[in-house]
Design a binder for this molecule. Structure first.
Ligand code: SAM
Length: 292
């Protein structure tokens, strides 16, 4: 077994040897604790049948742990300066392919079809760059990729929002978007001290297991997400006011919005954060014909 990349000494030595200064603007905080990385790989249930898709391999700390257990690893890295480093640090592993690309611009369906057609299990596993966590997450969810799920390290505050329950301060439109597609659970929290350089916030690892079907019946998904976003637009306002002010043409349809709320059995004076996903689904099913 080769020495882990993820130790403070080895990480420092690699960065010095290649004279690479880490870019905050690319969210470059590298993990220097191999035990945490192994726990991430455990949480993802990676086995010799798994094709792992990694976002932002950095100098290969997580990539290496994945390569030891997975059948294949495909990793997207935006920073070209890291490619020669990765070629070096990951040279012991023949099952890794690095793609030099911004993951937000990648055609993930095509990459999976080309690179991971021969695996029976696919997981996204990543220590995400914090500045683009939400766009990456929304891309991974909305593209309905043929994967089992994702295990992602992110800012703890964001992880708490993804796994939040109705009625809590963390519950919002991001919660609903994520829980519509996946079952979300925080696996562990990770202190800032295990990163180089240390970020200003603590992190958490979240597991998102893709649902085979959404947990609620929604007649029109676009309206559903529009209603959810409108309901949380101003958290202190009532549901009714938020819908009237934030749905397109809402002000002209005040009366109809009120009727839809009554038909869905929801008190218009409630706040958006008190509605569970089933209530948002009934409400959006009542509202959909009005906004078709
Ligand atoms: N996986 C490594 C680890 O755990 O130590 C590095 C994680 S670091 C938090 C995030 C990595 O994502 C960096 O290597 C950064 O260059 C890369 N990155 C940032 N934006 C990206 C993007 N849009 N597409 C692909 N990689 C990106």
């Amino acid at each position: 077994m080769h020495k882990d990349i993820a130790t403070p000494g080895r990480t420092k030595a690699i960065l010095e040897r290649y004279r690479v200064s880490l870019k905050k603007s690319l969210g470059q905080n590298f993990l220097i604790d191999a035990n945490i990385l192994r726990k991430i790989v455990d949480a993802a249930g990676v086995s010799s049948d798994t094709g792992a898709i990694e976002i932002g391999p950095g100098i290969g700390a997580l990539t290496e742990q994945l390569a030891r257990r997975a059948k294949k690893v495909i990793a997207f890295e935006i920073d070209g300066r890291l490619l020669p480093i990765l070629a070096d640090t990951l040279s012991p592993y023949q099952n890794v392919r690095i793609i030099h690309q911004d993951v937000l611009k990648a055609d993930l369906h095509a990459v999976i079809a080309e690179q991971l057609a021969d695996v029976s299990d696919r997981m996204v596993v990543a220590n995400l760059p914090y500045y683009v966590t939400t766009p990456i997450l929304m891309k991974l969810l909305s593209e309905r990729l043929p994967i089992r799920g994702m295990v992602l390290m992110m800012q703890k505050e964001v992880a708490d929002r993804l796994a939040a329950k109705p009625g809590t301060k963390d519950y919002g439109s991001l919660t609903i978007a994520v829980q519509y597609y996946t079952e979300a659970e925080v696996v562990m929290t990770v202190p800032r001290t295990v990163f180089m350089p240390q970020p200003n916030v603590d992190s958490a690892v979240i597991r998102l297991t893709k649902r085979s079907a959404p947990p609620v019946d929604v007649s029109d998904e676009e309206t559903f997400f529009q209603v959810v976003r409108a309901s949380f637009a101003q958290r202190r306002k009532t549901l009714f006011n938020n819908l009237v002010n934030n749905l397109p043409g809402g002000k002209e349809k005040k009366g109809l919005i009120e009727q839809a709320l009554v038909a869905a059995g929801i008190d218009p004076r409630r706040r958006g954060e008190t509605l569970d996903m089933a209530e948002f689904a009934s409400l959006s099913n009542e509202l959909a014909p009005l906004f078709a």
